[in-house]
Ligand binder design. Structure first.
Ligand code: UD1
Ligand code: CA
Length: 458
């Protein structure tokens, strides 16, 4: 079905006290308005009209749509929600279900949106309005109903009588109606009210006056219709959303040691028996295979952790693949382009960039491995460094299967170390080494017997 969406995002958001336009502030790592766009994409909307105003250029370049055609309309003066919608009407397809959403209400589930469209389609001449019941409705537009219970209009808080302010069914702002009617209605709006604004909410009474009905629907969760006005509200909604995502993961068989100390800022897909300890931050697209264990304070971004692999405390893994039964950390750093094959072990204070570490190979302590291809069952001693950069270009280091690299070795790339080579500790390898050789570059040890240490001057 062909649904189009208008997203209102022109407001300044002055209560955020920030230079960044409100709708670009991030919730779970994604701009508020991008959440709205993505929800529209998930519900199958074809076209999104984004009404921008404050920080228009930033907002335009800060959002994207893959499955939906995204267009921008500018509202240079913020004269009210009705005026904002009016800016978008030229781009609307006639006689099409049209959803109106707010750019600062990020978490409306796509099923909730689809349901609202369905409710509208069941009575296509009317408006489907998303309402909710709040303990404290202060500030919101109140839903007025007739004695028989049908909706007669919305009265804004500032325009409401004391009696109307007792109503706790409020307007969430989200609605769906036919675009041809919407265009007629917004063209009739005036700003004769307490705030001198063009209220979109006045279209409800217009619709009723034409003899049509308003149907209402409620979201499954209240957080779906919560808007952000302050950084405090942003932080609160962030926690609500994190707990929701944590709950879904636990329902899917993931053990979270403490779901209140879990931060997902992207997409996480997990097989069963995955365990995630506290204070992990997960960004981008992360895949954790069966039995993977993630220790405390780990940062994972765009990576895949294999079956029964273990990432120990305080490791940073980005753009890497960790194979089955491999381990990394504590304090390991795997940078983009790293692949640990199976049963590999990377220990503390080891940094690896754009390198492959073969099956069963180990680098246990204090090393830098960059632009390297390391074979199987290689042992890399503490303090080994690939000197991959000559100041202008990067070069490759190749270490073949079974090699033993002594501690404090420098490998000056480009260089290749053959199969089963032994490199003596402290060696600077500057040229290729043949299979099965021992290579060592070290000043001969000198001994001065009976050496007297200097003594401190009196
Ligand atoms: C609006 C509703 C109110 C509802 C509440 C829910 C109206 C008149 N009132 O009130 O019934 O309970 O939302 O949160 O619609 N915007 C523009 N251009 C403008 C004005 C607003 O793009 O000229 C955007 C804002 O950026 C924001 C959204 O529209 O994303 C809502 O505007 P806001 O001023 O917050 O509306 P409320 O007064 O809260
Ligand atoms: Ca508001």
């Amino acid at each position: 079905m062909d649904t189009q969406v208008i997203i209102l995002a022109a407001g300044k958001g002055s209560r955020m006290k920030s230079k960044l336009p409100k709708v670009l502030h991030k919730l779970s790592g994604k701009a508020l308005v991008q959440h709205v766009i993505d929800n529209c994409q998930s519900m199958g909307a074809k076209h999104c009209h984004l009404v921008v105003g404050h920080g228009a250029e930033m907002v335009k370049s800060g959002v994207s749509g893959e499955a939906v055609e995204l267009s921008f309309v500018e509202q240079t003066e913020q004269l009210g929600t009705g005026h904002a919608v009016k800016m978008a009407i030229d781009g609307l397809k006639p006689d099409t279900p049209t959803l109106i959403l707010y750019g600062d209400v990020p978490l409306t589930h796509h099923d909730t949106l689809s349901q609202l469209v369905d409710v509208h389609l069941a009575d296509p001449k009317g408006i489907a309005l998303m309402t909710c019941i709040l303990d404290d409705p202060t500030g919101y537009g109140r839903i007025t109903r007739s004695e028989s219970g049908s909706v007669t209009g919305i009265v804004e808080h500032k325009d409401a009588s004391d009696e109307q302010r007792l109503i706790n069914e409020v307007n969430t702002g989200i609605l769906c109606c036919n675009s041809t009617q919407l265009i007629q209605w917004v063209n009739q709006l005036n700003n004769d009210n307490a705030q001198g604004e063009y209220y979109l909410t006045d279209i409800i009474a217009m619709c009723v006056n034409e003899g049509n009905h308003i149907t209402t629907a409620q979201p499954t969760h209240l957080y779906e219709v919560e808007g952000i006005n302050t950084l405090r509200q942003l932080a609160e909604l962030e926690r609500v959303w994190q707990l929701e995502m944590a709950g879904q993961l636990m329902d899917g068989g993931v053990t979270l040691i403490d779901p209140t100390r879990f931060d997902l800022r992207g997409q996480l897909s997990c097989d069963s028996d995955v365990v995630i300890d506290v204070n992990c931050v997960i960004e981008g697209r992360v895949v954790l295979h069966e039995g993977a264990q993630i220790g405390p304070n780990v940062y994972l971004k765009d990576c895949t952790i294999g079956k029964d692999a273990v990432i120990k405390a305080n490791s940073v893994i980005e753009g890497a693949i960790v194979g089955a039964r491999s381990s990394a950390g504590p304090f390991a750093r795997l940078r983009p382009g790293t692949e640990l094959k199976e049963d590999a072990h990377i220990g503390n204070f080891v940094e690896i960039k754009k390198s492959t570490i073969g099956n069963g190979s180990k680098a246990g302590h204090l090393s830098y491995i960059g632009d390297a291809e390391i074979g199987e069952k290689v042992n890399i001693g503490a303090g080994t460094i690939t000197c991959n950069y000559d100041g202008a270009n990067k070069h490759k280091t190749i270490i073949d299967d079974g090699a033993f690299i002594g501690s404090d070795t420098q490998l000056v790339a480009p260089v290749k170390v053959g199969k089963n080579v032994t490199v003596g500790a402290g060696t600077t390898v500057t040229s290729d080494v043949d299979d099965d050789a021992l290579v060592i570059s070290r000043v001969k040890q000198k001994q001065i017997s009976g050496w007297q240490r200097p003594t401190k001057n009196k």
